[in-house]
Design a binder for this molecule. Sequence first.
Ligand SMILES: Cc1cc2nc3c(=O)[nH]c(=O)nc-3n(C[C@H](O)[C@H](O)[C@H](O)COP(=O)(O)OP(=O)(O)OC[C@H]3O[C@@H](n4cnc5c(N)ncnc54)[C@H](O)[C@@H]3O)c2cc1C
Length: 610
Amino acid sequence: MNDAPERHPHDVLVIGAGGAGLRAAIEAAEQGASVGLVCKSLLGKAHTVMAEGGVAAALGHVEEHDTWQVHFRDTMVGGKLLNNPRMAELHAKEAPDRVRELEYWGAVFDRTRDGRILQRPFGGHTYPRLAHVGDRTGLEMIRTLQDRAVAAGIKVYMECTVTHLLARPDRVKGAFGYWRTTGQTVLFPAKAIVLATGGIGRAYQVTSNSWEYSGDGQALAYLAGAELIDMEFVQFHPTGMVWPPGVRGLLVTEAVRGEGGILRNKDGERFMWKYLPEDRRHEYAATDEEASRWVDAQSSGQTTDARRPPELSTRDNVARAIYTEVREGRGSPHGGVFLDISYLPPEHVRRKLPSMYDQFKELADVDITAGPMEVGPTTHYMMGGIRVDAETGATTRTGLYAAGEVAAGMHGANRLGGNSLSDLLVFGQRTGAAAAADAATQPEMPHVDPTAVRAAAAELAAPFGSGEEEGDAGGDDPYRVHEELQATMGSLVGIFRNEEDLDEAIRLLADLRARWDGIRIAGGRAYNPSWGLVYELRNMMIVAEAVARSAKERRESRGAHSRLDFPELDPAWATKNNATRLSGGTMEIVATALPPLPDDLRQLITTEAH
Ligand SMILES: Cc1cc2nc3c(=O)[nH]c(=O)nc-3n(C[C@H](O)[C@H](O)[C@H](O)COP(=O)(O)OP(=O)(O)OC[C@H]3O[C@@H](n4cnc5c(N)ncnc54)[C@H](O)[C@@H]3O)c2cc1C
């Protein structure tokens, strides 16, 4: 093993090759920057590829009344007005162009009868708005972006994990990590760095996320002195698989409900009627018959005056409803509820939801065209993350940018389905442009402090103790610590929270953090997943602590954050984001002012859509 790290300097280094990273890298390369794109698994293996339901944009193809103003309003209402209003505005205005651009680059979306991009309904969206490719939208998006990135000559570093950012007081100057294949360390000096590493789902046991989502970008930014916000807002998607145990948490796309899926408890009751928020009840169908008319109109591509079914309430609301039904003893045999789409023609279900059909057939031996699925909430998406400037994606640390799920502000207290894929495109593009412009102002490649590189390398070597390559572990086991972390987050910082549980979680997390230093692993450096887990654990512990501490501070219930001891919205919290900062070596949570909502945008929120 060569102790000196490989060295790969770039004008712009993008860490993360999902939709946000790819879109940022393409933009930076098109502005003339030399771009490096790092991802810890293979190119194309990101969460974006798993996205099923679609990408939200007010194209107005299915419902001509749809405009950016209605999309903005829906996003803000869904986010309980805690969104950064400028981000929500830019997103609603620019998403249609970003989707058309994707089509121009070769993405083939499902079509309307007159040949335009088809759009499907989703929870919290007033009109059918999600451009989609069956239930494999993310795959088409990644395929298109990857082709474009490769053609733009971007240098891709696959199976390479970034573990440290190297920063000086004036700006961030580089990144350090290792090749998973060999264990060789690698240094990326860079004039500007974009973090696009996605979410934090692996801090929880039941999750729709895969192994990459360990909060790396949030933790790297925090350790480099950047600010995180809104960390209390973790989205629990209402419908994950609950059976068999090996696939618990795997996503059942909201498109099932968008296509007419009905939720029932064990008594056959369509329970969502009971859980619609009073102030929005008028937006939903009043009877089964009206909901059926809406579904018929959707499947035949007709417009209708019928309102949408109650299952298309926002995710936070549906997740709480399912959780409550199960807790009160009305759940299905495996601890979920029933989701039924089998009343629609089988060929329609197979055409609209091919992945869901295969997923249930292969994993649970359930034919969804013949009977209901069992579903329950699963940790899905992180609304909180790195604080960014709306226009540029700049973090609070000079030279460091962020886009995609790792960044915060766009979705407020709760994200609407479909708004992540559009977020990646809009802010990926803006952030790539801004990072390239920043890099262009730096005449020299930054000098990376060799002491910082040596310190990062020493931290990487520490879990091997003195016995590297000799197979003698000793110390604490990273897998055990991970399981305990997940159990703590699932039971004490889940859908419903209270002060006592949060205090207990903070105490347990501190104990786990103390054990982290004593973790020892066996084996060598090449393809050693235990070694990778040690640094992912460091990151998950940071984000877990930020979630628990921020959740404790917000003494109200808003969006995805539900406090049993403070069940109502509190107007005093309506204009505040909790910021998480590293201060004197410890984590500090400070309430900061939400960017003001200009009057013209405020008016859009109070205006009802047609
Ligand atoms: C099953 C599922 C279905 C979904 N369906 C939809 C949908 O229909 N519509 C919608 O809008 N949203 C959907 N979402 C959410 C959406 O897919 C994600 O929020 C979005 O794809 C995140 O994109 P990203 O570019 O921010 O991150 P990702 O696409 O996850 O990419 C993260 C990248 O960062 C890399 N990485 C992470 N850490 C490191 C590190 N330390 N070093 C180097 N590289 C690193 C990873 O390897 C990966 O390349 C879904 C999510 C899931 C899980």
